[in-house]
Design a protein around this ligand. Structure first.
Ligand code: HEM
Length: 403
């Protein structure tokens, strides 16, 4: 039986635990209709979601003929270029592509970035009200921090950030078939931009991860041109569109709970644990990418057939009462915290350490500069993007009494 549920409704985004309780009551694996993906199974418990993400023999991103789960035959060819990224690959291609950039996201490399991330956060925090109060925390802070960091890491000009913001907004705003076709000119513009940038680096050299990838490309055989474009596109998009919503979602929760905000401000060594809880509770990426079922199998008491599609519903898995006690409660001291906000298995988020660092620096810089930061509107007036998949606050007007 197909479960009817609006994964993009304001009601759901406003109070996920309530909606998720209903879904979980329908079973650990439920069938639903999802925009663009179509009919799909969803794993709603942590155990089932983890199985989908970890068992690469049964659940894969591609079919034998190379078809990518979630990509449809009617999508314009240009989309296929961008789909040539590690997140759409099974082994061995996935390991080959991830291996090229793994080093840049290792713990050491990310720790080295900390002073720079802090400096960017401090600067953005001090400019929050530069154009007046209230200020939109999403546009002026939550988005600019991760975007600036990933641009520097990749070696893309900071001056082009407005372009990336516009593209990312359009690319992640699509929720219908028609929307996909409207997106084609944006995708073409992005491809042209990235193609030209890469050509310039190939000719003249450059800074950052893109320059390193160009060197790898010149050694030959490890990375095709389309894969290079797809890699940069994935890192740029995944590198900021997700963390933006972690930051804005966390600030929203702290604004609704000033006692928690004050508690955090008393001792910033509490921030590491707090960020884990925000990851679980806000869960910016609500679903994994869809996987194909490669062979008939049983999952959570349901028979899945070869060719079916299945997604791990990360938001539901993070609210699974068998994984965490009282999951509906935001508990910034929760330990251990069993969440899968970064996924699990071979596609476990490449940028998890960077995202944690950015989240921590973002909160500390913001509240150190503006300790009594508050919402300029009632919490009930805050809206989320009406699109399933990302839990993304549209705008978050904030004020500061001493601003
Ligand atoms: C709060 C922030 C973030 C969240 C919640 C998040 C979440 C996720 C999730 C759930 C996946 C797995 C998807 C699946 O298996 O279908 C993933 C993969 C990935 N993420 Fe993140 N992410 C975040 C930040 C970042 C950042 C900062 C980067 C930096 C570049 C990044 C890069 C990637 C990449 C490249 C993959 C694909 C990995 C692979 O296929 O092996 N993410 N992320």
């Amino acid at each position: 039986m197909t479960v009817h549920f609006d994964f993009a409704s304001q009601e759901f985004f406003r109070d996920p635990p309530a909606g998720l309780k209903k879904l979980q009551a329908a079973g650990p694996v439920i069938e639903a209709k999802f925009p663009i993906v179509g009919r799909v199974w969803m794993a709603t418990t942590q155990e089932m979601a983890s199985r989908v993400l970890k068992d690469g023999r049964v659940f894969t991103l591609r079919k034998d003929d190379g078809t990518v789960a979630g990509l449809r035959w009617w999508m314009p060819r240009i989309f296929r270029v961008f789909a040539n990224n590690m997140l759409n690959m099974d082994e061995p291609d996935h390991a080959r592509l991830r291996g090229l950039v793994d080093e840049a996201f290792r713990r050491r490399a990310v720790l080295d970035m900390e002073p720079r991330v802090r400096a960017i956060a401090d600067e953005l925090a001090s400019e929050l009200f530069a154009q007046g109060s209230p200020a939109d925390l999403v546009a002026r802070y939550a988005r600019m921090l991760p975007l600036s960091v990933i641009c520097e890491l990749l070696g893309l000009p900071l001056a082009d950030r407005p372009k990336f913001i516009a593209w990312a907004g359009r690319a992640t705003g699509v929720s219908s078939t028609l929307g996909f076709f409207r997106l084609a000119p944006t995708i073409t513009a992005m491809r042209r931009y990235l193609g030209e940038h890469l050509d310039r680096v190939r000719r003249e050299g450059g800074e950052g991860l893109i320059a390193e990838l160009v060197r790898v490309e010149k050694e030959g055989a490890r990375l095709t041109r389309d894969e290079m474009i797809a890699m940069v596109f994935l890192l740029l998009l995944a590198g900021h569109e997700t963390t933006t919503h972690l930051i804005s979602g966390s600030v929203f929760e702290l604004a609704r709970n000033p006692a928690l905000r004050d508690w955090l401000e008393q001792d910033w060594s509490r921030a590491d644990l707090a960020i884990e809880e925000f990851l679980r509770f806000v869960c910016p990426v609500q679903f994994s990418k869809p996987r194909f079922v490669r062979q008939d199998t049983e999952l959570g008491g349901v028979r899945l057939k070869r060719g079916d599609q299945v997604m791990a519903m990360l938001a539901a898995a993070n609210m699974d009462p068998t994984a965490n006690v009282a999951p509906e409660k935001l508990d910034l001291t929760r330990r251990p915290n069993h969440h899968i906000a970064f996924g699990t298995g071979i596609h476990f988020c490449l940028g998890y350490q960077l995202a944690r660092l950015e989240g921590k620096c973002a909160l500390q810089a913001l509240y150190t500069r503006w300790p009594e930061l508050a919402l300029a509107v009632k919490p009930a007036e805050i809206r989320w993007r009406s699109r399933p998949g990302l839990r993304a606050i549209v705008s978050l007007p904030v004020i500061h009494p001493a601003g």
